[in-house]
Design a protein around this ligand. Structure first.
Ligand code: RBV
Length: 421
């Protein structure tokens, strides 16, 4: 075992820049800072060894620092080869965190990093996309015996873990952090909405107003993206496979059509589906000259870039995170961030203010597993709804917003089944 390897990052000399970036995030994450203040004396995580696999961003650094302040031993890797902020990774390494992450790693290096976070035989796993927990299950099942639980941050990961639990294959309990209302209703919608547009703009600096902006998938993420694109003046077009989602998009004011219909008229395309091959060769072939294409789903399989390469004569990088493909039909198509999540690869991921709530759920979910995981069934569990109200309440307080309270009479009225009109 290589427990000797303490960390591996791109460049330790970036630590000061990373510290400044993390400080900025901390100033916008009041719920996390409240949790840190509350738990740093008690240190409830003493004895917990947490292996984390989640985008190494300034917000994630705030989560890592908070877990450490609360007594946890932590080892960390990134969950996407292009999402690591190297200055943040350097800052964490410099303050003693065992972190294995750098921007632009290849697939072998990606799994090497995950393996290093397992070297200390963790008791808890934290995932974004389930790569770490799958590595435990498929490659190191012997580690599952000491594991008290795991958490999952994102929709795609939760879907797969539910499928695994349904087949009776899950070796320890998992909490679906994604399914907390204070996660999906904010992070997935407003976080993905803003940061995806941020990524597209940093990579292209195009005008969004007046463009045909095609969003594939109208789940929470796609809805957020369409909303923000419409806010910038785009003509939004949604493609869907689920009738109710398609209907919702139409009633929100988006046009709805198939990808085959959207391909020849779209100016900017973004996938947010969790499905593979959503935009493939025959779609790329139909696109307008100059079309911009990207993905904000967790995995990079939503755009079939192999098929795009087959119908292209060549490609070249024209700006950071922006690659121009020249098609055999003479058109140029611009692919952002190599088809990886555009919001994290070309921008900085979701804003700190929303990650504040997502990561508060992560922290509390890990604490619950550390305390109670041993007795929990090997299933995918949800967080208690009271926790959402608690987190939202702290968030509102820090925003200086007060809300009304029900009177005892109103509370009684809510459940009074004898009351008529
Ligand atoms: N995400 N993290 C960040 N700034 O740290 N941004 C996005 C950040 C998470 C988000 O919660 C989403 O579920 C997941 O990344 C997709 O991989």
């Amino acid at each position: 075992m290589s427990t000797q390897v303490k960390f591996k990052v791109a460049d330790l000399s970036l630590a000061e820049a990373g510290r400044r970036r993390i400080k900025w995030a901390e100033s916008r994450m009041p719920v996390m800072m409240a949790l840190r203040r509350r738990y740093e004396a008690e240190r409830p995580f003493i004895g917990a060894k947490i292996a984390g696999c989640l985008h190494v961003t300034k917000e994630t650094a705030v989560l890592v620092r908070t877990l450490v302040a609360a007594g946890a031993e932590v080892r960390w890797s990134g969950c996407n080869p292009l999402s690591t902020q190297d200055d943040v990774a350097a800052a964490l390494a410099a303050e003693g965190t065992s972190i294995f992450a750098w921007h632009g790693m290849n697939t072998d290096e990606f799994y090497w990093c995950i393996d290093r976070t397992l070297d200390f035989e963790p008791t808890l796993t934290l995932d974004d996309g389930a790569d770490l927990i799958f590595t435990v299950h498929h490659k190191h099942p012997e580690l599952a015996a000491r594991m008290v639980g795991g958490t999952e941050e994102t929709t795609t990961g939760v879907h797969r873990l539910r499928a695994m639990a349904a087949d009776g294959k899950l070796l320890y309990p998992v909490i679906a952090v994604n399914d907390a209302e204070t996660k999906w209703d904010f992070d997935n919608v407003y976080g993905t909405g803003q940061s995806s547009l941020d990524g597209i703009l940093r990579a292209t600096s195009v005008l969004v107003a007046g463009k045909n902006f095609v969003v594939a998938g109208f789940g929470h993420c796609g809805r957020g993206v369409a909303m923000r694109a419409a806010g910038l003046g785009a003509n939004t077009i949604v493609t869907e496979v689920k009738p109710t989602a398609a209907l919702r998009a139409r009633l929100e004011g988006d046009q709805v059509m198939t990808m085959d219909e959207a391909a020849p008229i779209g100016d900017i395309f973004i996938t947010a589906t969790g499905m593979k091959d959503v935009i493939r060769g025959r779609h790329f072939e139909q696109m307008r000259d100059g079309a911009v294409v990207c993905n904000t789903g967790h995995y990079d399989c939503e755009l079939n870039l192999d098929e795009l390469a087959e119908i292209s004569t060549g490609k070249r990088v024209v700006r950071p995170n922006n690659e121009e493909y020249t098609l055999k039909n003479g058109h140029k198509v611009f692919v952002l961030a190599q088809g990886r999540l555009v919001n994290l690869a070309a921008a900085e991921g979701h804003p700190s203010e929303v990650m504040d709530m997502s990561f508060a759920n992560q922290f509390l979910a890990l604490l619950k597993l550390h305390r109670e995981g041993q007795g929990m069934e090997h299933l995918v569990h949800e967080l208690p709804p009271e926790q959402d109200q608690e987190i939202a309440n702290i968030k509102l307080e820090t925003m200086g917003i007060r809300i009304d309270e029900l009177t005892p009479e109103q509370l009684a009225y809510a459940t009074d089944y004898s009351a008529g009109t």
